[in-house]
Design a binder for this molecule. Structure first.
Ligand SMILES: NC(=O)c1ccc[n+]([C@@H]2O[C@H](COP(=O)([O-])OP(=O)(O)OC[C@H]3O[C@@H](n4cnc5c(N)ncnc54)[C@H](OP(=O)(O)O)[C@@H]3O)[C@@H](O)[C@H]2O)c1
Length: 310
């Protein structure tokens, strides 16, 4: 059985390989998603030993949470699963605005509970900061929900360092989720050190740089989803990124696991990172990502990977 890791200072313990479920029912993010395949992704993740599922209201919207809720109902093993979800987006007509007000966040949690068909959420994140709400007040609302047993831990995502500090004024923030991968390392300057110093678990999103760090794209690959607009996938930047991936391949080729595994294992060597949440669109990718647990990286390899992308 896989050794579980404690998530920061919470009483949650998870397989360090989680599953990022934005491609489960996330029709607003990816075209041509099949909901049955989405449910199979969740089933595969849980069958193979993944314990943490990462979702959000806005994935779908609503559909990712609803499909996860359906799978949890059919399996009946709620207590074995750590559900992480997020809220802050509010629909105003056809537009979405961000709202971190205590009353809205409390409503978000109630609505997520309904969609997930459960009576508690293991980890609830404020998905994005709004401009108006003092962040300690926003987190204060989540602390009330934690005291009521509706959520078990408190997360924030996409906050600046200043917003994170304000949010954590009373020490209530358990988890920070932010973009971090070998191509996007800004978090190393301030956010990762702050998280490490304050016992906050840092969950990196886009760990595979939306698939680029799985080493399967080349200069001719075309994208028709959210990647079509991501800077990493544009023109010269894309060519430079592919060249770095080829350098990484020289290290990966000496190991029995795949590139995605080596990359995910590298993050797990960082202070403050307890777990990763790679996304997947095929069950086989989930099984493959679990091979990360078998990767052994020497200190030289950790340094060499660092240098390719520094
Ligand atoms: N807090 C936030 O604001 C925020 C923002 C973004 C994401 N997230 C979370 O982070 C999670 C991960 O992000 P992400 O899914 O967008 O990006 P990612 O994990 O960097 O990349 C996932 C994509 O890589 C490819 N892939 C995965 N495993 C692979 C393997 N073993 N071999 C080859 N290709 C593989 C798949 O795409 P293809 O098959 O299409 O190549 C998959 O959809 C999300 O699911 C979500 O839960 C949070």
């Amino acid at each position: 059985m896989t050794k579980k890791v404690q998530i920061g200072k919470t009483d949650l313990y998870a397989n360090p390989i989680g599953f990022g479920a934005n491609a489960v029912g996330g029709h607003n993010l990816y075209p041509n998603l099949d909901e049955e395949v989405g449910k199979d992704l969740v089933r595969t993740a849980l069958d193979k030993g993944i314990t943490l599922l990462d979702t959000a209201f806005i994935y779908g919207p609503k559909r990712s949470e609803e499909l996860i809720g359906e799978v949890l109902q059919e399996r009946g093993n709620r207590s074995d699963v750590i559900i992480a979800t997020k809220g802050a987006h509010k629909f105003v007509g056809d537009d979405t605005v961000l709202d971190n007000s205590p009353s809205f966040l409390k409503q978000c949690v109630e609505d997520s509970l309904q969609r997930l068909q459960t009576d508690y959420i293991d980890l609830f994140y404020i998905h994005f900061p709004d401009e108006d709400t003092p962040k300690d007040e926003a987190v204060g609302a989540l602390k009330e929900l934690k005291d009521q047993g509706k959520i078990r831990s408190i997360g924030v995502s996409n906050f600046s360092l200043e917003q994170l500090k304000e949010a954590n004024k009373d020490g209530y923030v358990d988890v920070y989720q932010g973009e971090y991968n070998l191509f996007q390392r800004d978090a190393e300057k301030e956010l990762l050190p702050y998280a490490a110093e304050n016992g906050i678990s840092f969950v990196p999103y886009f760990p595979l740089a939306a698939g680029l760090l799985a080493g399967k794209y080349d200069k001719n690959t075309k994208f028709n989803d959210l990647r079509a607009d991501m800077p990493l996938f544009q023109g010269e930047k894309f060519q430079e990124s592919l060249a770095k991936v080829e350098k990484l391949r020289e290290i990966v080729d000496k190991k029995p696991q795949d590139m995605a595994n080596v990359v995910l294992a590298w993050y797990l060597t960082r202070d403050a990172i307890d777990l990763v949440i790679p996304g997947a669109k095929k069950p086989a990718q989930i099984e493959s990502n679990l091979q990360t647990l078998n990767v052994e990286l020497s200190s030289q390899e950790i340094k060499a990977i660092d240098e390719i992308f520094s």
